[in-house]
Ligand binder design. Structure first.
Ligand code: GLU
Length: 494
């Protein structure tokens, strides 16, 4: 009978959680949830020089933000040091590992010699069977032993859930070190020892761990433990087909969070990096992913991080939220941009109906939450610049005539009794009919005056949301500033 699924995510807290790491974590989490198993978190903090408590907190924070809840208590690898070393000693006692007294420079020379003769160097186990007296004599010389695992003759073969059969000749695997000469355990020992103690049934990690796996199998066997299943995930590449790195832009999950990506969009996008459903569906809710994700549909090919697709998916997830939810999520971005006050709880500093209308007008246009502050700036302040491009296109060609039209709009709006979209639209139609102009000759200059931009949400709607007073003020202000702004936009073009 197969064991109940237990998988682990084992990040090293040496920096912000990288997209590649989050991807590995997510595939483990989805697999655990789909299989009704357990998702365990192990912090691999044995590299004391590079691990820091604040990076551990950053891992928790990002996992919580992504909604990747873990089961059971977090395991800290550094706290299990004694257990790792005790295991290594037991392996020495049972003859499956040995203390090796070679000095690094001696090994270097032997490796060189083997290479020159076209052989692999494998430790000759010269120190494997010493008497206590011989060992003491070597230590008296100042030699300090490492502990090495004995790799048997033959072949190492395993069935990878994604890559299929992997086989290597054992002569390519040296008796590797499991405890350093200073007495500290090596990564391989720590990982396998913890995987055994945590009863891990499936080891799902990046493809760059395949060589490690061929070693780890021998450790599992030496420890008398049942082998987990292995699944190695494809690498994530940038669009230039090189391994995703800082050169490609933001590579940590928190950078995307801070740029206004939604957790569900991050989860959805990362899930598609290597997982293929066989149909064209790309938008997945979390619940769908938890139900449909399967390791058997993960491919081995490298996968490309496509930022445009990520943005598009984020926009789709934005569209899936209610205005209320979006307002709550967009508010911190508006605050950060200085557009609204961090005032009363619930954002009562902004009229709630107003907020709902604004979000309703912007939602289709925003691909990130930060976009609400950029594209929606004019809803919260009249302190915006007139985009020189918009000015050149819609004001500069006939500034005097435009000023006259803006003046008419101001007067007509001022006179309107009911300020709704029909009435506003009628004003524009009537004026253009009267003057024998196209409606666009009013609409575009008016948009520039009210928003500073040449594109944005439906003009008649945004006029009504802004309200009569704000519109009239802005048209007035535009009239005053128009000559200067037209002049400056000409300069900025040159
Ligand atoms: N701590 C390792 C890493 O961050 C993961 C080791 C493992 O999954 O076995 O690459």
């Amino acid at each position: 009978m197969s064991r109940p699924v237990r998988v682990r995510f084992a990040p090293s807290p040496t920096g912000l959680l990288h997209i590649g790491s989050a991807h590995t974590g997510l595939f483990n989490w989805l697999f655990a949830r789909r299989e009704k198993g357990r998702f365990l978190l192990r912090i691999e903090d044995t590299d004391t020089a590079r691990s820091r408590p604040e990076w551990v907190d950053a891992i928790f924070e990002v996992l919580e933000w992504m909604g990747m809840d873990w089961d059971e208590k977090v395991v800290y690898q550094s706290q299990r040091f004694d257990r790792h070393v005790a295991r290594a000693r037991a392996l020495v006692d049972s003859g499956q590992a040995y203390r090796c007294y070679y000095l690094p420079e001696e090994l270097e020379a032997k490796k060189k010699e083997a290479l020159a003769e076209g052989r692999y160097w494998r430790n000759d186990r010269r120190y494997a069977d010493l008497t206590d007296a011989e060992a003491e004599a070597l230590e008296a010389e100042g030699r300090k032993p490492v502990i090495r695992l004995k790799i048997p003759e033959g072949k190492t073969v395993f069935q990878d859930r994604i890559l299929g059969e992997i086989a290597v000749e054992n002569e390519t695997i040296d008796d590797f070190v499991i405890v350093r000469s200073n007495g500290t355990p090596l990564y391989h020992l720590a990982v396998v020892s913890d995987d055994v103690d945590m009863n891990v049934t499936h080891v799902i990690r990046g493809i760059d761990h395949v060589t490690n796996t061929t070693k780890h199998i021998h450790l599992f066997q030496a420890l008398g433990a049942e082998l987990p299943e292995f699944a190695h995930l494809p690498s994530i590449l940038g669009e230039d087909k090189k391994k995703l790195s800082k050169r490609h832009g933001a590579v940590s999950v928190s950078e995307y969070r801070d740029a206004g990506y939604l957790p569900d969009a991050v989860v959805n996008f990362l899930s598609l990096l290597g997982w293929q459903t066989g149909d064209d569906q790309e938008f997945f809710t979390r619940a769908e992913l938890m139900e449909r994700f399967s390791l058997d549909q993960v491919h081995k090919r490298d996968t490309v991080f496509d930022l445009r697709k990520f943005e598009w998916l984020n926009g789709q997830h934005i569209m899936a939220l209610s205005n209320e939810e979006l307002w709550t999520l967009a508010k911190p971005f508006l605050m950060r941009a200085g557009l609204i006050e961090d005032g009363l709880p619930g954002g009562q500093d902004v009229d709630h109906d107003y907020a709902m209308e604004v979000v309703g007008l912007l939602r289709e246009r925003c691909r990130t939450l930060a976009d609400f502050a950029v594209q929606g700036r004019f809803f919260f302040t009249d302190d915006f610049d007139y985009n020189p491009k918009a000015v050149r296109k819609h004001w500069s060609k006939e500034p005097d005539a435009v000023a006259v039209r803006i003046g008419w709009l101001r007067d007509e709006f001022t006179a309107l009794a009911s300020f709704d979209t029909e009435a506003v639209e009628e004003v524009v139609r009537n004026l253009s009919d009267r003057e024998g102009l196209k409606a666009a000759q009013f609409i575009h200059p008016c948009r520039v005056a009210l928003t500073g931009e040449m594109a944005g949400p439906s003009l008649f709607h945004l006029i009504v949301v802004l309200g009569k007073e704000a519109c009239v003020d802005r048209l007035e202000k535009a009239l005053v500033r128009l000559p200067d702004v037209v002049e400056q936009s000409a300069v900025s073009e040159g």
